[in-house]
Structure formats: C-alpha cells, structure tokens
Design a protein around this ligand. Structure first.
Ligand SMILES: Nc1ncnc2c1ncn2[C@@H]1O[C@H](COP(=O)(O)OP(=O)(O)OP(=O)(O)O)[C@@H](O)[C@H]1O
Length: 594
C-alpha cells in the first residue's frame, strides 16, 4: 500500500505539469467510453429492427409495424458511435504518448541534475552499474508502463464503470447475469498474480545478480586473461544465466497464464449470457423475441466490453509493478542529500595567509573513525607533501580540503574561515585537482583541456599544454588539438592522460592545488615529464601533493607523515631525515629499491 501511495505521488508530481493534457485525457476517455458503450445498444437495436422487419415480411398478418428505415437508422447510429469512439481513442493515444515522453524526459533531466548536486559520498558508496540502471531499466519500465498501462488503467476503469451503468440501463436482469462470474475471475486473477509476482521478483533479483557479475567480469577482464581464468569466468556466467532462465520461465509462465485465462473466462461468460438471453427470448411472444434477439446481440458486446478491462488490468499488472519499483528507485535518488552549500557563504578568492587543519576528526561512517585529530598548517604558496603507508588517510585529507566530505570534529580553515561557511562554487573554482586516475571526456583534445574554461583561447590552450609537457606529443598527431578522444581511438597512455589532465588544471589557474601523484606505473621518460609538468603547475601556488615516490617531494616546504589516521611526523625532508623516525626509514627503504 505504501508502494502504491508513493507511486501515485511520484506520477502525480510529473503529470500535474501537464494538467491541461490530463484534463483532455479524462474528457476524451469519458467521451470514447461513452461512445464505446453506446455502440452495442444501437447494434442490438438494428438487429431488433431487422428481425421485426423480417417477421413482418414473412408474416404480413402480424400487427408489428416495422420499416427498413428504422433498421438503417439504428445501423447508422451504431456506425457513428463507433467512429466517435475511434476518434476519441486516437486523440487520447496521441496526448498520452506526448505526456509519457515528456514526463520521462523530465524525469531523466531531473535525475541527471540531481546526480550533479549529490554528494561524493553517494558515488563512493554505489556501484556505477547500479547508478546507471536508474537511467536505463528503471526509466524504460516507467516509460513502457506509461505508454501501455497507466493511462489504459484509467480508461479501462472508466470502461468498466460505463459498461456496468449501460448494462443496468438496458436490462438489469441481463446485467446481473453478465457480472455474475466476476468474483470467480477476480479470485483466480489474484491467486495467479501473487504467484507471478513472487517469481517475477525472483527473476528481477537474478537479472540484477547477473548484471553485477557481467559488470565485475568486464572490469576485471585483464586480470581474468592474465590468470587464464576465462573458462571459470564463463562457468560463473552460465550458473547465473541458468538461474535467470529458471526464474524467468516460472515468472513468465505464471504471468502468461493470466491473459488466456481471463479471455477464457470472458468467453465462458459470453456463453452464459447468450444461453440466458436465448431462454428469455424463446419464452416471449413474437415481438418480445425480436427485442430479445437484439438484447442478446447488445449483451454479447457488453459482455466482451465488461471482460476486456478485467483482462487488460490483470495482464498489465506486471508492467505496473515494474513501474512502481522504478518510481521507488528513482525516489531513492531524489531523496538523497544534496551537497550542503551555506546560504550567504563567504566567497573564496584564494588563500591570502594560510590553510589550517585544526584537530580534524573524520570517518566515512559513524562506526569507524579514519582521521584521529589531524593538525596541519600551511602558509600561502607552500607545497605540502602527504606521505604514509597505504590506507593511512592521505586521500581522505584531500577529500576534506575540497569539501567532498565534512569533518566530524575540528575544522578545515582557509584564512581562518571554516570551509563549511564558504560558498561551495567559489571554493571549487579556486581548487584544482589532478587525480591519480585521469579522466578524459568524449570530444577533442582541445575540448578536454578547456573543460574547466570553455572560453579559453587557442594560445592559452597551447601554453597550458606546453607547461604540461604534452604539446609536442599533441603536434605529432595528425589532427593535433582536434584529435578525438574516444575509446576506440584511444591513443593515450596513462602518463599522457595525466599530462592532459595537468594541462586542464593549469588552464583553470587554480589558487590551491591538490595533486595525487601517479608516477608509479609510467616509464622513466614520462615520469620525468610528469614531474616537470607538476613542478610547473605547482610553481607559485599553495599545493598539497600525495606522494608515493619520496624522491619527487624532496623539495617540498613541508612533509606530513600519516600513519593510521594520525600525523606522526612533520617537517622538511632534511629535518625528518635528521629525526631518524618513520619517514627516514621509509626513505631509506625506497632508496634501496630505486
Ligand atoms: N569512500 C570510503 N568509504 C569508506 N571508507 C573509506 C572510503 N575511502 C577510504 N576509506 C577508508 O579510509 C581509510 C583511508 O583511506 P585513504 O584512501 O585516505 O588512504 P590513502 O592513505 O590515500 O591510501 P593509498 O595510498 O592506498 O591511496 C582506509 O582504511 C579506507 O578503507
């Protein structure tokens, strides 16, 4: 029930923007339904008139007065109602598809916009495939349901009400006979739906597991090939695939049974209606027989019209269920917290004096603290290197500087102002980050360099590329800066990608720099290039560098050594060496292996 209320609210939110169209849908649905339930009456009447006429012709002595004109009139009226019904249904279908397409378009835009406002925490804690499926399968399910089930549900209910009303108007006795089998049909449908739901849910869960497995295997393809595990990978896939097959066979069998069963019930009902109608007609006098014949024809149509909504509603149940799940999953995203941007936040125009991490405590979740009271002080223009074993909290410190996460204790302050009191946009505008895994976007090399400053001139782009030591390489490419950066045409090595991303950062001229050194898996020539590019980008800027190779940070103004979320040593390279502590040990060990 909670699910239904949530879904109704969800869809109402989108439909209310199209209230004129919705009113039109209601009007045309009522109109089409009215025409649809009226048509059988005239079809019946035409048969009555025809029977009367034939009886008169066969037996001229009868008192019955009948003319072919009455028959024609009834037949024409029937045709006009059918035409009106078709016009109503056609206009409705058009409006419905416009509303469905636009609503889903709106949902997709809203979802993507929401993604851009959400916290890094969400992306850190959700798999890419899981996020992506909101845009693909969930929105597809919603779209299909809108096109084929939601509006139809409304028109089918209208049809049910309309036909019941018309039946009682025409003949209460025949109406009771027509609807008598409904409880049996509803109970049967409910039993099957419960079974089908159980297996369809299982089928969805198995499809989810299969997708997760495929995602994981594709990401790990290189490891699989390296270890010669292709056969094992296929075995794992087949096991998941078989489970999907089993669950979907059961799910689809149960849901597939519903439609023919309801149709069968409808035909069975038809037989009852004809039998009862015929008994009534045969017991009447001649004119009552003629009218009875017409009434049977009318109720044959009514009976079909009465069972049609029951069949349709039950057979689209699965689709509605999937759309409800989709709405719930989209809502889950919409209800996520946005990044907190303080009202009237202080505009950050770059570091004037110093950056201070004051007794910073932090944990990604409540039960595990990662940083336990960190104190770091950096003067404007200084370069600080964060070193320490893996998992010691270096990236976590960077995450706090850019306010990807908020501290749980203490504060990160720029010139005495807490980052939580700063205008988020101005903070991000002034902080440049070069990550270890450089990301290139679809587009040309120029597009990628100008990503953070789309209005940059060619001269600025070239200057940034030169500083990043990548200009010469770009010029060796046939199309130079216009070379497309696409997966199939990926001409870039890891090191080159990082140089491009350094060029991108140089172009935005950030005041504060955060660099995650990525020199560990590149050749020595590229390493030297990256080092030079990093020196260029660091020059004259306050910068934090996560260093994996200590020889790249020997000139740092300050080296902060982290271990298990604590700062255990701080100072210049020479000072820390002299101390003979953890850093000295780390350095000596690295030098041995270099
Ligand atoms: N998004 C996250 N959610 C929960 N825990 C996390 C998250 N990111 C990191 N951690 C945990 O925080 C701790 C510190 O991680 P962090 O990435 O800051 O270390 P690091 O010093 O940068 O390591 P490395 O040198 O390997 O990059 C680790 O124990 C890690 O498991």
């Amino acid at each position: 029930m909670k699910n239904i209320t949530e879904s109704v609210r969800f869809f109402a939110h989108y439909f209310k923007r199209y209230w004129v169209a919705m009113i039109a849908i209601v009007v045309f649905t009522i109109f089409a339904t009215w025409a649809q339930v009226k048509a059988p009456v005239y079809m019946g009447r035409s048969i009555t008139e025809l029977s009367k006429y034939l009886m008169m012709k066969l037996n001229p002595m009868t008192a019955s007065q009948a003319s072919l004109a009455d028959f024609h009139h009834a037949l024409w009226t029937f045709a006009i109602f059918v035409l009106l019904m078709l016009v109503g249904l056609f206009i409705n279908a058009m409006i419905q598809s416009i509303v469905a397409s636009n609503s889903v378009n709106q949902m997709r835009k809203g979802l993507f916009g929401k993604m851009q406002r959400m916290t890094v925490r969400y992306f850190d804690s959700h798999q890419d495939g899981e996020v992506l499926s909101r845009f693909t399968s969930d929105l597809d399910n919603i779209f299909n349901a809108m096109n084929q089930a939601i509006f139809q549900l409304f028109s089918q209910v209208a049809m049910l009400v309309g036909v019941v009303w018309m039946m009682f108007n025409e003949s209460p006795k025949m109406a009771w006979v027509t609807i008598a089998s409904t409880p049996v049909a509803v109970i049967l449908a409910a039993l099957i739906i419960v079974q089908a739901k159980k297996f369809v849910d299982a089928q969805q869960a198995e499809v989810g597991h299969l997708n997760g497995y495929i995602n994981e295997q594709i990401n790990g393809e290189k490891v699989i090939i390296t270890n010669g595990l292709q056969e094992e990978s296929i075995k794992g896939f087949v096991a998941h695939n078989d489970k999907v097959c089993r669950a979907s066979t059961l799910g689809q069998t149960w849901s597939g049974v519903l439609f023919p069963l309801m149709q069968g019930m409808g035909l069975f009902n038809l037989a009852i209606v004809i039998f009862y109608g015929a008994t009534q007609a045969l017991n009447g006098d001649l004119s009552a027989r003629a009218a009875g014949l017409g009434l049977i024809v009318t109720f044959v149509s009514f009976s079909q019209q009465y069972y049609q909504p029951i069949t349709q509603i039950t057979s689209t149940y699965n689709m509605l269920q999937l759309a409800m799940t989709g709405a719930h999953r989209l809502n889950e995203v919409f209800e996520q917290d946005d990044e907190i941007n303080p009202a009237n936040g202080v505009k950050f125009n770059g570091v004037q004096d110093k950056i201070v991490l004051d007794d910073v405590h932090f944990g990604y979740n409540e039960d595990r603290e990662i940083l336990h009271g960190i104190n770091i002080e950096v003067d404007k223009g200084q370069m600080v290197a964060l070193v320490g074993p893996t998992g010691s909290g270096k990236t976590t410190v960077m995450n706090l500087l850019n306010r990807f996460y908020d501290v749980t204790g203490g504060a990160v302050k720029f010139d005495g102002i807490d980052v939580r009191d700063m205008d988020l946009q101005s903070l991000r505008d002034n902080v440049g980050i070069v990550l270890q895994d450089s990301v290139l976007f679809t587009g040309t090399i120029r597009d990628n360099i100008t990503f953070g400053k789309p209005d940059a001139t060619d001269a600025e782009v070239i200057d940034a590329a030169k500083q990043a030591n990548i200009h010469d390489f770009i010029m060796t490419l046939e199309k130079g800066y216009d070379t497309e950066v696409s997966d199939e045409n990926s001409v870039f090595s890891t090191g080159q990608k990082q140089l491009l991303s350094i060029a991108r950062t140089i172009l935005t001229a950030p005041d504060l720099l955060i660099l995650d050194e990525a020199t560990s898996n590149v050749d020595t020539v590229t390493e030297a290039k990256i080092q030079k590019a990093m020196d260029n980008v660091i020059a004259g800027r306050t910068s934090f560098v996560i260093a994996h190779r200590l020889k790249t940070i020997l000139n740092a103004d300050k080296i902060v050594v982290l271990r298990d979320g604590n700062v255990i040593e701080q100072g210049s390279h020479a000072e820390l060496l002299a101390q003979g502590g953890f850093y000295a040990e780390l350095y000596t060990n690295q030098m041995v292996f270099e």
